[in-house]
Write a protein that binds this ligand. Sequence first.
Ligand code: SF4
Length: 284
Amino acid sequence: MSKYYNPPKKTTYQPGSATPYRLSRSKIDMFMNCARCFYMDQRLGVAQPPGYPFSLNSAVDGLLKKEFDVHRANGTAHPMMSAHGLDAVPFPHEKMNRWREADFGRGGIRAMHAPTNFDVGGAVDDVWVNPAGELIIVDYKATAKLGEVSLDADWQIGYKRQMEVYQWLFEQNDFSVSKTGYFVYVNGKMDAAAFDGKLEFDVKLIPYEGDGSWIEPTLMQIKQTLEAEEIPPANKECDYCLYRNWAIKVVQPLLRQGSAGQASKKEVSLPKKPLVEPEQGSLL
Ligand code: SF4
């Protein structure tokens, strides 16, 4: 059995339960990407396979945190802020490390959403504060690409939603929050003459004007989805469902004919009826 993929979870959303349900920022994003995969994960306990750990990105995050923490302790602006004309300093707060804690059981920035009974949370990278006392939500991003980094690609909608959920969470905790958040985007230089045991980065501060008006309606939709017995439709643009459906289409006749081998015949219980004709997004 795979060391990385876990079998179905036993703890899933229980319709009608009065116990607050923990809903992470990343699961909200999962719902936005595909309600069916979200339902399979949170209601049926079948999660997507985990991604590989991004060790280099984590190292960059850790170093940036250390760097900004020095200025937080001193009450000074990081030169990067001054270079961008941003009048702010890293926000000193006793809960800063707790807000950064990715383990939902131990921390993160959290808020109870009463209409859904969701305990919503996420782990923020950094928080700065301007002279007006408004919090500025900050997210670190690391990549390595030729050319300038930006937020213009379609897939980066997840970054924007992430920022908006953090802004919303801090507002729910009665902080005054600036609509403008910042991405500290570091880009590994790929045009260096040689590696020489080091990777250098360009650092860019990208402002983003958040609009979290989608969050409350989305939480209500998530609640409705989790309470329902019907599995939601799949995302028709998803390559994984297309792959799974084609895999079923190709393998099922082989299993029926027994040509997938004796071992497969013993290990797999064959479906009695044909499965739904696999078209993209139709089955799983
Ligand atoms: S389309 Fe299918 S594989 Fe893709 S995210 Fe949705 S349920 Fe998962």
